[in-house]
Ligand binder design. Sequence first.
Ligand SMILES: Nc1ncnc2c1ncn2[C@@H]1O[C@H](COP(=O)(O)OP(=O)(O)O)[C@@H](O)[C@H]1O
Ligand SMILES: [Mg+2]
Length: 260
Amino acid sequence: SWLPLLGPWVSIRNLVKIYSSGGKIAVNGLSLDFYEGQITSFLGHNGAGKTTTMSILTGLLDICSDMDIIRRTMGVCPQHNVLFDILTVEEHIWFYGRLKGLSGVQVREEMEQIIQDVGLPHKRRDQTKNLSGGMQRKLSVAIAFVGGSKVVILDEPTAGVDPYSRRGIWDLLLKYRTGRTVILSTHYMDEADLLGDRVAIISQGRLCCCGSSLFLKTKLGTGYYLTLVKREAGRGLGKEPCLRLNPAQGKDPVKVTVHP
Ligand SMILES: Nc1ncnc2c1ncn2[C@@H]1O[C@H](COP(=O)(O)OP(=O)(O)O)[C@@H](O)[C@H]1O
Ligand SMILES: [Mg+2]
């Protein structure tokens, strides 16, 4: 039946992780669902428990059963790039594609497409040690999608990346989200907002809230939106307010007059 397809692809229930070194409760009773065709932004400050949760989901920590089956349909971009210095961009895609079980022909097709989409065609035969940080990050994100990964886990894919490459990674994620369950951790609110079909906010290992950004903004939005109106030169600047602060929740708008 079609009903089970609507259910979550990844479900976390009451996850707890206490590191033996230091006895720190890194994840504290976390319950969360991730759905197909959606990017779920996992938003939280440094040390909130994002990497720990993702490490458990990917089997790097603690989980030791069924990982072989799970990994066939899982793609991962870890927080720190894991690339082979002397392999080229093409060789990385080929290597991971073959690991995932693609045939030689399939991997070649997919390589072509993904290298275009990730914007690295001019670097395809460069060894990764000669790529910029942003390019290495893009390659790491691309690798997570290779071989038809259905569940894609990306740990701060845009950390330390320049704004242009960051934009490129966003476009890639939006294009590749169809038919996949994408879990993306970030501490950028704009990124979580723009990419996430749903945003899950985590702090000190606990889920604070989860929902679409519209829902979160309506429910919790305080403060103001700042609208800037640019006037043409010489047309009554100063007579009318140029800046308006629109309250997020039913309060009166605050007008700020800008004097020339
Ligand atoms: N290997 C480890 N040993 C002990 N404590 C750790 C380890 N890894 C992470 N922690 C602690 O667990 C908490 C959550 O860390 P982490 O999951 O890396 O957060 P995030 O990815 O959200 O920045 C932090 O307080 C961190 O110091
Ligand atoms: Mg982390």
